[in-house]
Ligand binder design. Structure first.
Ligand SMILES: Cc1cc2nc3c(=O)[nH]c(=O)nc-3n(C[C@H](O)[C@H](O)[C@H](O)COP(=O)(O)OP(=O)(O)OC[C@H]3O[C@@H](n4cnc5c(N)ncnc54)[C@H](O)[C@@H]3O)c2cc1C
Length: 384
């Protein structure tokens, strides 16, 4: 079998790139070793958000892009994504009032033109602060919630509707460069000739590169994040963003009639090391109990999930400070291979657009008849 683009990985990034490439007219084969959204892309905090907390690490490019994408995604998939109000109780010992207010102004500014309401302060007697035991007022701002796994499937469906082939339960086990492209081996014994490869294997990004004998100096930090689900801690449909004494923030959001609480930031060694530990359960229970009137204990937990972030290692050290921005690494020492480091559910469409803008010229320079001019094909396109 031959194709223009072989994509390894059926998470949000692989599926968004498959959609983008298929709409650009490339023949695409995506293979996923397990199932679509089987790993990180179904274990997120399920937010389509600019990432208010990334302002603290000066990631303005990421926040700006994410807020732009938030608007596009709300329009493209209103059946999977809905606006959500976030209550931020004031915690003076963690961040002074002026700092949070300034951060929210900046968030509004970077999201200028958004259809969502702007942030504002909340009076102490606002009913949305009633579920919080002791507070000194707070703030209200808006982001959105998504069914992450369904968003992955919607991207895959649109890719398939435009000619892509997607196979689950099949891994890329190796690949060699040939004169005209890649010769790849699949776990079911088939071989595929592809002009280029996209490595969208998330936490397995470096493993995949070694499988296809590509040396990469890029560092990778694997950071696990876990969530717990408990019976509802309040009645209405707003979410809460809770500042913790370690300066981390923990979200408490409504999820299918219950309350989802997360996340943690725990460095792990292996991509498959996703599983919640008793320490993480204690941390998340304490994070919620610090604020809510309704207190929880581990036996209240209905469900948990954990995912591993694959973050590009920019040498920041502390887990919460490592860049959340994505990096696309293109290797053109022969047929092209593009590797995705990091990324967000929120920004996957934009990442896919950048990926094709980077791959297009590389594919064209290798094989002139394949030169294609990437153009925006998904910016205003609804998702099925
Ligand atoms: C705890 C947590 C909370 C998060 N919250 C949010 C949030 O609220 N909002 C947001 O926008 N983002 C969030 N993120 C980030 C977002 O979830 C991830 O950036 C995104 O899901 C990564 O998608 P991916 O496609 O790169 O990786 P994955 O979803 O992990 O997909 C990679 C896939 O590649 C497959 N694979 C691996 N090796 C092979 C191979 N050799 N052949 C074939 N297939 C292979 C794997 O099986 C896997 O399914 C969160 C992440 C975490 C961990």
């Amino acid at each position: 079998m031959t194709c223009d683009l072989l994509i390894a990985g059926g998470g949000i990034n692989g599926c968004a790139i498959a959609r983008e490439a298929a709409l650009l007219g490339l023949s695409v084969l995506l293979v996923e070793k397990d199932d679509l959204a089987a790993h990180t892309s179904s274990a997120s905090s399920k937010l389509i958000h600019g990432g208010l907390r990334y302002l603290e690490t000066y990631e303005f490019r990421l926040v700006r892009e994410a807020l732009k994408e938030r608007e596009r995604m709300l329009a493209a998939a209103p059946h999977l994504i809905h606006p959500m109000a976030f209550v931020l109780p004031h915690a003076h010992s963690v961040r002074p009032w002026w700092m949070v207010r300034a951060g929210l102004y900046l968030y509004d500014l970077l999201g200028l033109g958004s259809s969502l309401p702007r942030s504002r302060s909340l009076r102490r007697d606002d009913p949305r602060l009633a579920p919080i035991a002791h507070h000194a007022g707070g703030f209200l701002y808006w982001d959105a919630q998504v069914d992450d796994a369904a968003l992955v499937r919607a991207n895959a469906a649109d890719a398939v509707a435009n000619g892509a082939q997607i196979e689950t339960g099949v891994a890329v086990t190796g690949a060699e460069r040939g004169g005209m492209g890649w010769h790849a081996l699949l776990s079911d014994g088939r071989t595929i000739d592809a002009r280029a490869i996209v490595n969208a294997t998330g936490p397995w990004v470096k493993d995949f590169l070694s499988r296809i004998h590509i040396r990469s100096d890029s560092g990778l930090q694997l950071i696990k994040g876990s969530h717990i689900v408990v019976p509802p801690l309040w009645e209405d449909d707003q979410a809460y963003i809770l500042q913790q004494p370690d300066r981390r923030i923990v979200f408490a959001t409504p999820w299918r009639g219950n309350t989802m609480i997360g996340t943690t930031d725990v460095p792990v060694k292996q991509p498959g090391d996703a599983g919640i530990t008793p320490d993480e359960i204690d941390y998340l229970c304490a994070a919620a109990n610090r604020y809510f009137r309704r207190q929880i204990i581990p036996s209240d937990i209905i469900a948990t999930w954990s995912g591993v972030r694959a973050l590009y290692d920019d040498g920041a050290g502390e887990a919460r400070k490592v860049t959340r921005d994505y990096v696309l690494e293109l290797d053109t020492r022969g047929a092209p291979v593009l590797s995705v480091f990091g990324g967000k559910i929120t920004t996957a469409r934009a990442l896919a657009e950048h990926a094709m803008a980077k791959l297009g010229p590389a594919m064209g320079s290798m094989i002139p008849e394949l030169a294609f001019k990437p153009r925006p094909v998904t910016r205003d396109r609804p998702l099925p």
